[in-house]
Design a protein around this ligand. Structure first.
Ligand SMILES: [Cu+2]
Length: 123
């Protein structure tokens, strides 16, 4: 999964390079389409268990759950969301500090709830 995210980032960078101002091109504002990162919750884990982001890069975390209602919470990243089965929840995020952040499920979902976390690495 890490490799897929990394390849996605490489592809996005190449696309950006190719989309640079060409000869005779008129200046057109490039639409800022944030990278979408899918996160699936299921008692008692998030998949993937780790995501890697870049400081200052806007992304959308698309949260889905395969069983019950879960939460996603991190004070330093400013994330506080709940999401229910049957509907994806999109969270816009632009990390402003580098570091490794542990993001937890803050909605009690059963006996393994306390270990339900995802590691967000901001480089
Ligand atoms: Cu939980």
């Amino acid at each position: 999964m890490k490799i897929r995210i990394f390849l996605g980032a490489v592809a996005a960078s190449l696309a950006l390079l190719q989309a640079g101002p060409g000869r005779g091109a008129t200046a057109q504002p490039a639409p800022e389409t944030p990278r979408v990162i899918g996160i699936t919750a299921k008692r008692f884990a998030f998949l993937p268990a780790e995501i890697r982001l870049k400081k200052g890069e806007p992304v959308v975390l698309r949260l889905t759950t395969e069983d019950v209602r879960h939460g996603l919470f991190s004070r330093p990243l400013g994330i506080n969301a709940e999401f229910a089965p049957g509907q994806a929840r999109d969270i816009a995020l632009t990390p402003s500090t580098t570091g490794t952040f542990t993001v937890i499920c803050d909605r009690f979902c059963g006996s393994g709830h306390g270990n339900m976390k995802i590691s967000v690495v901001v480089e």
